[in-house]
Design a protein around this ligand. Structure first.
Ligand code: PMP
Length: 426
């Protein structure tokens, strides 16, 4: 690049407000400027080579530099760089992608609504589930139940569905009609219990909340099959089947936020398949294009699609970039590449088991209190006293210390409190 690192950093702090960032703190420190990438590696403006164990932001599933995706974008830009799908128009890439998504998702999904991101996808979820109940003559069914420490995006609805206290403290959130139950995190709530018992207990909090609110007021339950930004919280195997049973019993829509867990991350195409449940709606983004261009959306299951199509009339909702042709063309190339390279099978049979085995050995480390993986997502819990499970003092910010050592050794891991997490390219 034409500029030195110091020059980039000066221009950065003068003009660029970064997401989820203490602006002043960063300006004093200076950003790390990433200039290029290939395969699983990044290079910064100082020429350091870094192994990207977070796939960017959990999204570069096929790795960097895949020519098929680059070519698909260039060809589509030449042919038709933009057109919308409002006012009774469509274009081949969006139609073809809708068709392909219906083939790779679980059988209840034959329809898709596109957005530009995961957050927008979850905004669509809120509008769609409330519309569904309205059309069915139950407009009072407004409440969507979610979990504390969930992450569902940063728009008004996305951040409201999410259960991040820091986010709710800014901007008057959550919006009305969202109710949060505790997360299925064994370390926080289940110590001393068998994991399967704890999974059932955590699911029972959903039933208790439904009864408390009145089932006739509850529209949906939304969850990430595995919480990502919350720290790779892998629920016990007993949790999701029980959540499914409860939603079925009370007729409540079940929404799986697959923004991180979709497109092979857990060793199946979607996390709900790994966790054994059958959602009515599924939010996706990130891995659908491996992050090469922005795209998100909601898979709409037959139960909801039938009502909206046959009885719904006009759905007064959509985005300029719903089904953007370049994004859809890249998604098509990306999904075909995942199929050709058998990446989902590879995570399931090869690299996933490899990672699990490697994490078993890390479990023996004196500072590691817990080590768990699912497919190519993993978390290490750092503890001061392993035998007692005593955490490090919070002011030490031990996760950030560990993250600094990782960076210093050419590795990007993310720290969520005391949990060190990874989600490398597949
Ligand atoms: N849902 C989940 C589960 C996510 O992890 C994220 C992003 N990390 C989002 C939604 C929001 O997606 P976006 O940042 O594309 O709006």
């Amino acid at each position: 690049p034409a500029r030195t690192t110091a020059e980039w950093q000066a221009a950065d702090s003068a003009h660029y407000l970064h997401p989820f960032t203490d602006f002043k703190g960063l300006a004093n420190k200076g950003s790390r400027v990433i200039t290029r990438a290939d395969n699983i590696y990044l290079w910064d403006s100082e020429g350091h080579k870094i192994l990207d164990a977070m796939s960017g932001l959990w999204c570069v599933n096929v790795g960097y530099g895949q020519q098929a995706l680059i070519d698909a974008a260039a060809a589509q830009m030449k042919e038709l760089p933009f057109y919308n799908s409002f006012f009774q128009t469509a274009h081949p890439p969006a139609i073809e992608l809708a068709e392909l998504l219906s083939q790779i998702t679980p059988p209840q999904f034959k329809h898709v609504f596109f957005s530009g991101s995961g957050s927008e996808g979850n905004d669509t979820v809120v509008r769609m589930v409330r519309r569904y109940w309205d059309v069915l003559g139950q407009p009072q069914r407004q409440i969507i139940i979610s979990r504390k420490n969930a992450y569902h995006g940063s728009t008004m609805a996305g951040a409201s569905l999410g259960g991040m206290a820091g986010m709710h403290a800014q901007g008057g959130l959550p919006i009305p009609g969202i109710s949060h139950i505790d997360q299925p995190y064994w370390v926080e709530h289940g110590r001393g219990m068998r994991r399967d018992e704890f999974g059932e207990l955590a699911a029972s909090w959903l039933e208790a909340r439904i009864l408390n609110l009145g089932a006739e007021n509850v529209a949906a339950f939304i969850g990430e099959p595995i919480q990502g930004a919350g720290g790779v919280i892998i629920p016990p195997a007993s949790y999701w089947p029980e959540v499914q049973r409860i939603c079925d019993q009370y007729g409540i829509l079940l929404v799986s936020d697959e923004v991180i867990t979709g497109f092979g991350r857990t060793g199946r195409w979607f996390g709900c398949e790994t966790m054994g449940f059958r959602p009515d709606l599924m939010t996706f983004a990130k891995g659908v294009t491996s992050g090469y261009v922005p795209l998100g959306g909601v898979m709409v299951g037959d139960r909801v699609a039938k009502v909206l199509i046959e009885q719904g009339g006009e759905f007064e909702h959509g985005y300029t970039y719903s089904g953007h042709p370049v994004a859809c063309a890249v998604a098509l190339a990306n999904i075909r590449l995942i199929r050709e390279q058998r990446l989902v099978e590879r995570v399931h049979d090869d690299v996933g088991p490899y990672l699990a085995k490697a994490y078993e050995t890390l479990r023996e480390h004196p500072l590691v209190g817990d080590a768990e993986t699912c497919g190519l997502m993993g978390a290490l819990l750092l503890v001061k006293d392993k035998a007692r499970g005593t955490p490090f003092p919070a002011e030490l910010e031990i996760g950030m210390v560990c993250r600094g050592h990782c960076f210093g050794n050419g590795l990007i891991m993310r720290a969520v409190g005391d949990r060190m997490i990874i989600a490398p390219p597949l």
